[in-house]
Each structure stands twice: as C-alpha cells, then as structure tokens.
Design a protein around this ligand. Structure first.
Ligand code: DGL
Length: 278
C-alpha cells in the first residue's frame, strides 16, 4: 500500500482542548492509557471559565480552539471540557474533518456501567447542567429507565484551581452541594463527575458522599472514560501510534500561573508552554 499525502498517519498528534487547565486531567488519563501518542493540548486560559457562559459563546470559542488544533495536523480531537462538549459537539462533529470525541457520552456510558439502581447523580458547571446533555445522553444510551439528577457545583472549579483539595473549606462547600443533591436523589448509587476539575477533588467528594448517602456511592469521572473511548476509536480506525514514546506540546491563550496550576492538574511538571492567540 502506498501512502498518499492525505492519508492519516499514526504519528500525527491527538488534539485536546479545554477552557483552561482542567483538561490536563484528560491529558493525564490519555497519556497513561496511550503512552505512545503525541499530544497537542490547548488551554483557552484567556477565556476561562466556559461554565458560566452562554451556549453561543461556548460554541464560538470551541470552534476557534479546534481550528488551532487542526493547524497542528491532529488526527483526532478530544473536547476535554465538559461544558464545551455539552454545547458544541453537534457543531464540531458536523464541521471538523477528523473524528471528534467529547466528554459526555464516555462519561455517561461509564456511569451506566457502574449503576445498579439506575439512579445517577451528575455534578457539573452551570452550563453543563443547563444544557441537560448528560441526562439526554444517559437516557439515550441506557435503553432502560434511568433516573438522573444533575447538580451545578460552580464553586468547585476555583477550589481545584487553588489547590484546596483535601481541605475543610472545600469539604464544607461539597457537603452543601451534595446535601442538596441528596434531598432530590436519596437513592442514587453513582455520582458522575461531569467537569474536568472534579477528578482532583474525587477523594474528598467520595468521602463526603459516603457520609451523606450512608450507602455505597461509586464515583465515575469523565476524564478516564474519555481516554478509554479515545483508545477504542483509534483502534477501530487503525490510527494507534505504538512504536515510540509520545510527546506533549502545550499551548495556552494566557500563561499567568500556568506552571503552578497546570502541574497540579497534570500530576507532574508541565514543562514548556507556548502562549498563542486564537
Ligand atoms: N472545563 C470546564 C468543564 O469541564 C470547567 C471550567 C470552566 O468552567 O471553564 O466544564
């Protein structure tokens, strides 16, 4: 088989974008699961947060971010932001020339695999909850009756950014959100962490949840589910890169505090970061 100029090569990078640094939790999961892949990450740190913005704005910003990734010749795009996934997937799938994976469907599938009762709680940004993307995806994928209760937890994002992770203030805020959710959904058995930032808080959230519900509650995060979905899709398309150890190139639209905060989400030093304008 001769290779043509338009043929996708396995060595082409996977493009990953998020509203800011939170998507580095997805990079971390993808790098662990697909260590040979070259990754290009864009954090739209100049425009973060997306979670409190309107659908139109989030779609517009997502289009700009994916255009940047395409200019780096990516073979696949991962929308590592739950809010962008909630609002922009239809537009991105219809317009991008490469496969696009979002956070919602992988997260929903993982939550369905974990629930025994069919009662699922979803935590996310205001935008993600307002979009109803998770309840819709859960019902579409379930093929059975599921009860979904979503709760916006906007204060958890700045806590994770700040590194207040296993911290009494973070715990008090989580307790308030989860107590409110418990009142609506006393018998849920899965909490779906539908925001890039929440994996950092998962230990504390799990502890608080088990006190409030007083029965086992499984936490599922969309970052790990996205990495598994990306692997399955690359295998299906014969686009896995397997031979070498992968690289990570990181771009941001603003670089204030990026080393400190970025490394916290990536779980290791971030290395060099390039600031770009979209
Ligand atoms: N990345 C966003 C998400 O996963 C959280 C931060 C923001 O609001 O931009 O929904």
């Amino acid at each position: 088989v001769t290779s043509t100029a338009t043929e996708t090569k396995t060595s082409q990078p996977i493009g990953i974008f998020d509203s800011g640094v939170g998507g580095l939790t997805v990079v971390r999961a993808v790098a662990a699961m697909l260590p040979s892949e070259n990754l290009v990450y864009l954090g739209d740190t100049a425009r973060v947060p997306y979670g409190s913005k309107s659908a139109d704005t989030v779609v517009r910003y997502s289009v700009l971010s994916t255009r940047f990734l395409l200019s780096h010749d990516v073979k696949m795009v991962l929308v590592a932001c739950n809010t962008a996934s909630a609002f922009a997937m239809t537009e991105l799938r219809a317009t991008l020339p490469v496969p696009v994976l979002g956070a919602i469907e992988p997260g929903a599938a993982a939550a369905l695999a974990a629930t025994k009762t069919g009662r699922i709680g979803v935590l996310g940004t205001l935008g993600t909850v307002r979009s109803e993307a998770y309840p819709k995806a859960l019902r579409a994928l379930a093929g059975r009756d599921v009860e979904v209760m979503a709760k916006a937890c906007p204060l958890l994002v700045p806590l994770a950014d700040e590194g207040w992770i296993d911290d009494p203030v973070a715990e008090a805020i989580a307790r308030r959100y989860l107590t409110e959710l418990h009142a609506e959904a006393p018998s849920l058995d899965v909490l779906l962490l539908g925001c890039t930032h929440y994996p950092l808080l998962s230990r504390m959230l799990g502890r608080v949840a088990s006190q409030i519900w007083a029965h086992p509650v499984t936490l599922v995060d969309s970052a790990g589910a996205m990495a598994a979905a990306a692997k399955a899709e690359l295998q299906r398309l014969h686009l896995m890169h397997e031979s070498a150890s992968g690289t990570l190139s990181t771009y941001v639209t603003d670089d204030a505090r990026i080393d400190e905060v970025g490394s916290r989400f990536l779980g290791r030093p971030l290395g060099s970061v390039t600031r770009v304008d979209l």
